[in-house]
Design a protein around this ligand. Structure first.
Ligand code: ADP
Length: 523
């Protein structure tokens, strides 16, 4: 990938910045060849990765080095895009929003600084992957479980900062963050919460601050670089019970949600309940061409045939309980009775007890997996996916409304429909997976049109996305328009106050610093 310079930075000045960075991290950790730039591009880019090119990557090996790099970046006006492990697949991977931004790769900071089995938390650096933490917990034989996302290749800290979701009682990952250490845009180091006092042992336990709490100011944010974080973990349960129903009809999702949500709010169901539509199961069995040999979207009659053939319902609902055996049984009885009012068929019941092997492909048991990524292979070629991810209230009426709306738009673009709803509390996230072959120009162009239409129509209906790909960060930001986009204006005011050179992640989530607002926003 050829060099794209940051806006208003000459080749000479850029080289001077690289030389200065080298003095801090060493020659081998300033990565600025064409191959290096390629390595930091969006590997799932819808089309060409050249739309979001990094100029270089710098990989510091300590917090001191992060601070030094940030100070130099200010001096040389070279913006930085921090990534923890850069595996944000479907949302941009390691690539920066603004062309020419240099990636600040924190992957070398890989220490698990604390693992507390009694109070059930850990303190991690950005480069710690879900697999690293899992192995560490096993090695230490700590009675703790993690919550993992669909792609556990990424960073525990990075995923939580990005508002990632998992499928256990600890599935709202940003809520597990407690006590951050942050390098501010001027290079200053600060700690949130009780960490504002030196060596306070409650730093990773008390989830607020004395005075305003800044923790979530640094999630999905360009206001600082998080250099370590406390993350709460789940005490390992003695037993676990999973109930599985195949839910026959598409429209059944309404009563399913209205059954689950009150039980979740009452604490009978503790986990985030993930409900994938049929394609979520079929993508694991093969490629599209194995099931449907036409270019056009799979028609309903073929879907029905496949469901019969593979003994699947349109939706699969799995609810897992964790902890004491008696409690799990009692909880399951309540949930089974609630489902029975709508569905005669009893659920399959799978018990797990401490010492039993865990299903390595089951993210509801906190074991890291990358199996769901197989969906990218659905269309063949250089397969990739993007997620269209609106949030709706967790009621049947809202969920069915959203389902109908996105289904109609996706059908109008002749694309296979793969939806999931995750009931994570009072809301459900609706992830619509859109799969494409990066080399198929017509398919990618159609997908991009579809993505625009989904954002626009969903916003018209009053809903917004919780996360999006680099290419749509501005468009999604535009939909958050209450009172002349008052929230964006506040974000810009804070951004300009603490990052006057606009050094950290310009354009992240559609928030642009004054230095790049307007002209270079096109990206
Ligand atoms: P993962 O590897 O877990 O998928 P990434 O490292 O790709 O996560 O991070 C996802 C996004 O979160 C990045 O693009 C960046 O915007 C933000 N981010 C990640 N790590 C940090 C960090 N340490 N400080 C600030 N923002 C971060």
């Amino acid at each position: 990938m050829q060099l794209t310079l940051p806006p208003r930075v000459s080749p000479v000045r850029f080289q001077a910045a690289l030389n200065a960075f080298e003095k801090v991290v060493g020659k081998s950790w300033v990565l600025a060849s064409d191959e290096d730039r390629e390595a930091y591009s969006d590997i799932y880019a819808p089309g060409s990765a050249d739309e979001w090119p990094a100029s270089a990557a710098i990989a510091p090996g300590s917090v001191d080095e992060i601070q030094a790099i940030v100070r130099l970046a200010n001096e040389h006006k070279v913006p930085l895009w921090p990534v923890s492990r850069g595996k944000n697949l479907g949302y941009g991977s390691a690539a920066p929003r603004m062309p020419g931004t240099a990636v600040l790769d924190l992957g070398r900071l890989q220490k698990i600084l604390e693992l507390d089995p009694k109070l059930a938390y850990c303190v991690v650096e950005p480069g710690v992957s879900f697999f690293d933490l899992y192995e560490h917990i096993q090695r230490e034989q700590a009675p703790l479980w993690m919550s993992v996302p669909g792609n556990a290749w990424g960073s525990v800290l990075g995923n939580a900062l990005e508002h990632g979701l998992g499928y256990t009682p600890y599935g709202q990952h940003a809520r597990n963050l407690c006590g951050l250490e942050v390098v501010l845009p001027d290079g200053e180091l600060m700690r949130t919460g009780m960490g504002a006092m030196k060596d306070n042992p409650s730093w990773h336990l008390f989830p607020m601050s004395y005075g305003p709490d800044w923790t979530h100011m640094f999630t999905q944010s360009n206001l600082g670089i998080v250099s370590k974080a406390g993350v709460w973990l789940q005490p390992a349960p003695e037993t676990s019970l999973q109930l599985t129903w195949n839910i026959p009809e598409e429209g059944d999702i309404g009563w399913v949600v209205d059954t689950i949500t009150p039980l979740k709010l009452a604490g009978v169901i503790e986990q985030n309940v993930f409900i994938p539509s049929w394609l979520g199961k079929i993508v694991l069995l093969g490629q599209r061409k194995d099931f449907w040999d036409k270019e056009s979207a799979m028609p309903e009659w073929r879907v029905q045939e496949l469901l019969k053939e593979h003994k699947l319902g349109y939706w699969q609902v799995q609810i897992r309980f964790y902890g004491d055996e008696g409690l799990n049984k009692a909880r399951a009885d309540v949930v089974k009775a609630a489902f029975k009012r709508h569905l005669d068929a009893p659920p399959r019941e799978d018990w797990w007890r401490q010492g039993d092997p865990v299903n390595m492909f089951d993210p509801t048991m906190g074991v890291p997996t990358a199996v769901p990524l197989q969906m990218s292979d659905w269309v063949g070629g250089r397969g990739a996916h993007m997620g269209f991810s609106p949030v709706v209230p967790a009621t049947g009426a809202h969920v069915v409304g959203q389902l109908k709306r996105s289904r109609a738009i996706i059908a109008a673009h002749d694309v296979d429909f793969y939806a999931s709803f995750t009931i994570a509390g009072r809301f459900a996230t609706n992830i619509n997976m859109l799969m494409y072959d990066r080399d198929n120009t017509a398919q990618v162009a159609n997908m991009r049109k579809l993505f625009d239409a989904l954002i626009a129509e969903t916003a018209l209906a009053g809903y917004g996305e919780y996360r999006t790909h680099l290419g749509w960060m501005d468009k999604v930001n535009d939909t958050y328009n209450f009172n002349g986009a008052a929230q964006r204006r506040l974000n810009e005011t804070v951004k300009d106050a603490i990052d006057p050179n606009g050094i950290i992640a310009p354009g992240k989530q559609g928030v642009w610093p004054a230095a790049y607002r307007g002209a270079s926003k096109g990206g």
